[in-house]
Ligand binder design. Sequence first.
Ligand SMILES: Cc1cc2nc3c(=O)[nH]c(=O)nc-3n(C[C@H](O)[C@H](O)[C@H](O)COP(=O)(O)OP(=O)(O)OC[C@H]3O[C@@H](n4cnc5c(N)ncnc54)[C@H](O)[C@@H]3O)c2cc1C
Length: 328
Amino acid sequence: MSNAHSRNVDVLVIGAGMAGLSAAAALQMGGRKAVVIDKGRGVGGRMATRRVGAATFDHGAQFVTARDSRFGDVLGNARTAGAALEWCRGFTADADGHARWRGTPGMSSLAKHLALGLEIIQEKQVSALQQLTDQWSISMADGETWSAKAIILTAPVPQSLVLLKAGGVALEEDLMTRLSAIQYERCLAVMAVLDGPSRMPPPGGFAPAQGPIAWIADNQLKGVSAEPAVTIHATDEFSVAHWDQDRDETARMLIAAADEWLGTGIKSFQIHGWRFSKPRQTDPSSCAVVSSAPPLVLAGDAFAGPRVEGAALSGWAGAEAVIDATPH
Ligand SMILES: Cc1cc2nc3c(=O)[nH]c(=O)nc-3n(C[C@H](O)[C@H](O)[C@H](O)COP(=O)(O)OP(=O)(O)OC[C@H]3O[C@@H](n4cnc5c(N)ncnc54)[C@H](O)[C@@H]3O)c2cc1C
């Protein structure tokens, strides 16, 4: 039963990034009814693609690797559906030769493909989780209150802990210590539309060994953008030091630092700050079971590996934990 202000769901998955989408798909395969909600306007979370006029930027995750065969199958299916392809096998002459995949046209396309067939509600922000006797009560920022028999929470861990604290959910001391220790890098990401082609060689991605830039990518060479468009990711160190500085000024500093790879003028630029970019360290478990009755599981890239693939593996582990705790 549902009305405009409340809804009762079987499993609520919070977050439509790779972890949440993977969890919801696995729950559906396991015969559970899952609803995914996300505070953002689109799906994909940190697998993000932004359009600026005729230019398109992957400004979060740049590529995806598959070490696990199950995740390799997901990428293979996405390729068949036209939502992903192999970008390259490395960015330097001495590269390791592992396939780097990208979404087509952009990284968010992979997320959109994985979202097909799932119930996803966007622009809905959770503000607190509260435990009732045999279910969870979820307070939304818009004043709605939902209930769920089980929850998989895939926001970055510090954000998830805020939601638990707001609803008075107590964690076992050991788990709380482990989760509180998880910190994330920050990343200031500049998206610059260029006057003409950049100086970058194919395949269009490069990680400088020193200086304020961690990564620079030519979205046109990559095949994402119709117009010359470069993404510049600042290092964690630079991003932390400049987080509270004037963002346009900071973007200009990064563009100046990228001059040797740009080699042309800038038509326009935008800057985005990723407060939770990549986990500095990951938890040894593939997900964190906060409660098994009623089930509440934390999943995401802080558990099974600090990358897109890790988020998928953790989402699957979270779904498995919920399925085990809620037998038919
Ligand atoms: C700049 C950058 C570069 C990266 N490069 C790479 C790369 O090249 N390769 C790679 O493998 N990985 C890369 N990563 C890491 C990769 O993006 C992440 O590991 C992965 O996308 C995490 O997925 P997730 O589902 O765990 O989290 P997210 O993608 O962060 O998803 C969590 C979702 O939860 C939602 N949410 C949070 N709080 C709430 C709330 N209160 N209510 C409702 N919804 C909420 C968010 O809107 C978000 O959509 C990069 C990340 C960044 C930022």
